[in-house]
Design a protein around this ligand. Structure first.
Ligand SMILES: Cc1ncc(COP(=O)(O)O)c(C=O)c1O
Length: 399
């Protein structure tokens, strides 16, 4: 048989999907499973989004659309990012993709040649490392453990940028930790970024509308507008509007970058489907009650999760302030046993937890932090407390 391309050998199936798959199998076999594993928002968009999709269907052109995105969608996105605090952008600064994941993949193609360095903080969203591997870039990972609230410091960033990486990839609020950088923290990092003009900055901030405790969303360009000429902002409808299956990613950045992404689109996806685009406009420009209500709900669930985990002796759970994840350090369990099953590391821990209690969490090593595990807490509240009780019970039974 002929050989597959080498880059495919570098592609790995998502570690998150492996756990989710196992949980699904156990459920099919009749086990009572509570899934804290997949990062899905678990709500649907408002009725106006469906109405816009139905309306678009009724006068469907049946044609290909724009590689950059329909003008009406670009205008809705401009309005949306304007409300977030981005100013001075026009349609030529924008492009679209089939979800933020495809936008990020496109960006890797557009900004990184083989052998180039990309740096990002750990814990990181698993896909960052995988996309870098596929395009043949070298990942330089900056470890930010629970002792520093999983946040990158200006000194760490300064040292990393001294290596002149081609791209610095940043994620705020964070998947998997739920951490959010304050305006002051963003401004301090922005001061470092202005001193290193040879590096592109990609801010994957798709959870920007899910920020709690009034700390707000901040971007480096709010603090230092001159960074706009090399900063790319990535957004998505998936989490904010409960639309992960609709696959809409959006991007704002310097014109040459937006143009490069649009050219890549012209060679693979061509365009977003017309109906999806109409639904996206309705989500962005229509009433915002659904995302606002969900953000409040997630803040409440965050409180429940942090209280339950912090009550477990030895577990450290830095307090998330956004998204819908918690990332407790569970390493106190390592070297111990659960009913004779030895737990050596995070993977053993999550496997034993799932087997013994039916609770599915993702091992932290999937995100570059093997002391922790990720809890995605968007499940119905009726499952949240029992799931957390089972985790506490599991710890209590360790010997
Ligand atoms: C940090 C981060 N970026 C990007 C994505 C991809 O989102 P999309 O559904 O728009 O592809 C995710 C999805 O989990 C994510 O957590």
């Amino acid at each position: 048989m002929p050989q597959l391309a080498q880059r495919v050998g570098r592609a790995k199936p998502s570690a998150i999907m492996v756990i989710a798959e196992k949980a699904k199998q156990l459920k099919a076999a009749g086990r009572d499973i509570i899934s804290f594993s997949i990062g899905v928002p678990n709500f649907l968009p408002g009725e106006h989004v469906y109405a816009a999709a139905r309306e678009a269907l009724s006068h469907d052109s049946g044609q290909y659309g724009s590689n950059r995105g329909a003008d009406v969608l670009l205008d809705a996105f401009l309005q949306h990012i304007g409300a977030l605090g981005f100013s001075g952008y026009g349609r030529m600064n924008l492009s679209i993709g089939i979800g933020a994941k495809q936008v990020l993949y496109n960006l890797a193609e557009a900004l990184l040649d083989e052998g180039d360095e990309i740096c990002f903080a750990a814990p990181y969203w698993t896909t960052y490392h995988d996309i870098a591997d596929i395009v043949g870039a070298r990942s330089h990972v900056l470890h930010c453990g629970p002792e520093q609230n999983y946040k990158l410091t200006p000194a760490q960033l300064d040292a990393a940028l001294a290596r002149r990486p081609k791209v610095f990839l940043f994620n705020n609020p964070s998947n998997p930790t739920g951490m959010v950088y304050s305006g002051e923290e963003i401004a301090a990092l922005a001061e470092v970024l202005v001193r290193h003009p040879e590096t592109w900055i990609v801010t994957d901030d798709i959870y920007n509308s899910m920020v709690f405790d009034g700390i707000g969303y901040h971007n480096f360009v709010f603090a230092r507008p001159e960074l706009r000429q090399r900063l790319v902002f990535v957004d998505s409808l998936s989490k904010t509007y409960g639309m992960p299956g609709w696959r809409v990613g959006l991007v704002a950045g310097p014109e040459p970058v937006a143009k490069a992404l649009t050219t890549l689109n012209s060679n693979h996806i061509t365009s977003l489907p017309e109906v999806i685009s109409a639904a996206a406009v309705a989500a962005l420009a229509g009433p915002q009650e659904v995302p606002q209500a969900r953000c409040l709900e997630f803040a409440g669930k965050r409180d429940i999760v942090v209280a339950a985990l912090s009550a477990i002796p030895g577990v450290v759970c830095p307090r998330p302030q956004g998204a819908f994840y918690a990332f407790p350090d569970v390493s106190v369990a390592f070297g111990r046993s659960h009913h004779g099953v030895r737990i050596g590391n995070d993977v053993d821990f999550c496997a034993a937890l799932l087997d013994a209690t039916g609770v599915a969490c993702v091992p932290g090593s999937a995100f570059g932090e093997p002391r922790a595990m990720r809890i995605s807490y968007t499940c119905p509240t009726a499952q949240l407390r029992p799931g957390l009780d089972r985790i506490a019970g599991f710890f209590a039974e360790l010997t």
